[in-house]
Structures are given as C-alpha cells and as structure tokens.
Design a protein around this ligand. Structure first.
Ligand code: C5P
Length: 400
C-alpha cells in the first residue's frame, strides 16, 4: 500500500517512543522506506541500534555530525521523503515546531522541510490540555500539519485522559490518507454516522444508543485507501476521524440538509442511526409538570435520507450503502429493507441487547446485495470497516 513511499520518521522523547518501533515495522511491511531521526530525549526511551535495525536504515541523531553533512546535508535530509512523520510528537517538539525553533536536528529538519508533515502527539494529559499546547495545536493545524490522535485512555504516568499516542496502525492509516494512496484515490465518499437527537423541548430530546464508532471506523478505512470523505455526524460518543471533512449536525432534518449539500459523491454510506420520528412541534419552553396529567407527545415522521438519496434521478452516487440494525430475523428484514430503500447494499447487524454490539467495540454483520446475503464472522468494528472498504474498492473497480 505504501510501496515506494519514503517516510522521514522523527521520534521524540516520550514513553510512547516504544510504539514507534512497531510503527517502523508496519510501515516497512507495507513497502515504505523509513529514515529514522532520534532526538536526544528519544534515546532515553529507545536505542539507536534497535531503531536502525528495524528501519534497515541508518539513524540520524546529530545536527553537527560532519559525516552526515558530507554525505547528506540536513536540508537535503528534510526533503528526501514523501512525508515527515513525528511520532511521538512531544509537547516540547510541538512548541518548537510552532515557533520555528531549530536548536537540534529534529527541529531543524522540521523547519527546513517543504514536505507535508504529520504528527502523532503523545504526552501527559495535563500537558496536552494546557492552553499553551492547545494554542500550538491550533497554529500547527493552521500551518497545514496533519494530526493523528492523541487517544484517550490510561496513561503511563497513572492518569487518565487524552494524551496517549495513536496506535501504530492508526498512524499508518493517517499516513496513507495524507499520501492519498490506495484504490479509492480520487473518490469522494459521503458517510453519515452517529445518532440524531430530536428535541422535545429546550432541555429534553429523543435519542438512541448509537456511539458513532462504526461510522468513524468506516471513514478511516476509506481514507486509508485514498478516498476523500465527507463525514456527516450526529452527536456521537467517539471523535470524528482526522482528515475527513466533518459536518456536525444534531437532528435528522439537519442531517438531511447536510447530506444534500455534500452531494455529489461517488459513494454514500449511511451508517447513522437516524431517529425515525421527531416531535410534530417541539416546545420552545420547558414542559412543566401539571395537575392536568401527563404531557402527550405527538410525533411526525423524519425524512428517510437513505431512501431519498437512493432514489435520486440526477446525481445518485454510483454505490449507495445502508445499514439495518435489527433485533430479530436479521437477513429477512434487511433484505426487505434493501428493496424498500432502493440502496445497492445493506449492512445488517443484530443489535439485540445480548449481542452488546450497540455501543460496543465489535460487530457481526451480514452484507446484502443483489447477489444475496454474505455473513461475516464477528470481529472488531475496525476490521468490519476495513473489509467493507475493500469490498467497496473492488465493486468500483469492477464497474470501471
Ligand atoms: O429504516 P431504518 O431506520 O431501519 O433504516 C436504516 C438505514 O436507513 C440506515 O442506513 C440509516 O442511516 C438510514 N436512515 C436514514 N434516514 C432515516 C432513517 C434511516 O438515512 N430517517
């Protein structure tokens, strides 16, 4: 997937540096050449020998190493790559990049390069949340630097929160996206994700348990194969994927508008759990308890966004994929749904509570298309996303 691509990998000094060893391995497995650069602090966490052995390349460490200057000057070194990746990007490295400091080899390369840069931040949660780091992040993004992560979780320092470096495979995906390589290069794909919230009054709403995890994973898998993704998301639990054009909405009506505005697209994937009904008239004041009895909620139907797009006469995406969350007779119901909605594929899953799928990390799906039903084994939502993205790439290739 990354064959022939050259990555200049700058490893910063943080505990997450050990993950960069795995990152090197993953990049090389995919055919990339990796030239590693270690900061002084990074050498406290990983040895130049192990980095060099895994990369199959020499490690660059010192700005004033004259042999390096004779063989390859630091300006040249900064430009040989297709992408400069900083992983882990420490708070210190981010600050240096923001302000254009060039006191060591890593920061000099970052200042001298005219190659796209991707950073994978990793630091203590307080350092990440500090206004200084957040200011630096905004500036770096404004400077066109791509950012992968950080993820939230338990940290080596014993605290919990955002600050963990993205996993190596997530960084590989972000790199592939940034380099726009893969079978979906040049394709524009619309993905809807998450639940919708339908207001009852200014403080209450109707919602569902969708976390948005499957939709976000699909968007990432598509981008990793080179697609550009418009991601229309309701109020989800999970963060929208880096690198997508993200449009945040709350209600089904807003989602409908956002989808219409985002078209045309080559493919549209409707992974959102859109509320079927909204209040006929949401109250603009908070409903009060009353002696006259319980409030009566009057519903009206929401537009079926998938159905509308699947029936477009003009500008229908080449491939329209819907989801069906069912609690019983999954294949039968989903097959009927495919016909009713007019979409090409339905990805059906059993969301009965005992499966733990809604809001969980795994999914068990059956893909229904014109040829019939194909049941996949239960697997991680990321694995489902990757398999679906491959299936989409194959289908588009078959049509051309
Ligand atoms: O009819 P049902 O809600 O089961 O259909 C599910 C599929 O239809 C999903 O792909 C969902 O994103 C889409 N949908 C939609 N607009 C609605 C309801 C569902 O796009 N109002």
């Amino acid at each position: 997937m990354l064959a022939g691509k050259h990555i200049l990998l700058i490893i910063g000094g943080g505990i997450a540096a050990f993950k960069s060893l795995d990152l090197i391995r993953r990049l090389r497995e995919r055919g990339a050449e990796v030239t590693p650069v270690l900061t002084k602090a990074a050498e406290q966490f990983v040895t130049p020998l192990s980095v060099s052995a895994l990369a199959g390349n020499r490690v660059y460490r010192d700005l004033f190493d004259l042999t390096d200057e004779a063989e390859m000057g630091h300006i040249q070194l900064s430009r040989v790559a297709d992408l400069v990746v900083v992983a882990p990007a420490t708070a210190d490295l981010m600050a240096k990049m923001t302000h254009g400091l060039a006191g060591d080899l890593a920061s000099t390369l970052l200042l001298a390069t005219d190659t796209p840069v991707l950073i994978a931040p990793a630091m203590n949660v307080r350092m990440w949340e500090h206004p200084a780091t957040q200011r630096n992040l905004v500036q770096l993004q404004a400077d066109g630097i791509a950012v992968s992560g950080p993820a939230e979780g338990d940290m080596a320092c014993g605290e919990f929160g955002p600050g963990r470096m993205s996993e190596p495979l997530e960084i590989v995906d972000a790199i592939s996206t940034r380099l726009a390589v893969g079978p979906l290069k040049g394709k524009r794909i619309l993905v809807t994700s998450g639940p919708t919230h339908e207001p009852i009054d200014p403080v209450r709403y109707i919602a569902n348990r969708s976390s948005g995890a499957q939709g976000a994973a699909i968007a990432r898998a598509l981008m990793a194969r080179g697609a550009s993704v418009v991601f229309v998301t309701g109020p989800a639990d999970v963060a929208p994927p880096d690198g997508a054009e993200v449009i945040k909405v709350t209600t089904a009506l807003e989602m409908q508008q956002a989808v219409t505005a985002a078209l045309p697209a080559d493919v549209a994937i409707f992974a959102a759990a859109v509320a079927d009904w909204r209040m006929a008239e949401a109250s603009d004041r908070k409903l009060k308890k009353s002696k006259d009895g319980l409030p009566v909620l009057v519903f009206t139907e929401n537009p079926d966004i998938l159905r509308e797009v699947a029936h477009l006469q003009d500008g229908r995406p080449e491939l329209v994929v819907g989801f069906a969350a069912e609690t019983n007779d999954v294949v039968e119901n989903a097959t009927a749904k495919r016909a009713r909605k007019g979409c090409d594929w339905i990805v059906a899953n059993d969301v009965s509570p005992e499966t733990g799928i809604m809001g969980g990390s795994e999914n068990a799906v059956t893909v229904i298309d014109a040829a019939g039903a194909e049941t996949w084994p239960r697997m991680d939502k990321t694995a489902v996303a990757n398999r679906l993205a491959d299936r989409i790439a194959d289908a588009l290739a078959d049509r051309t």
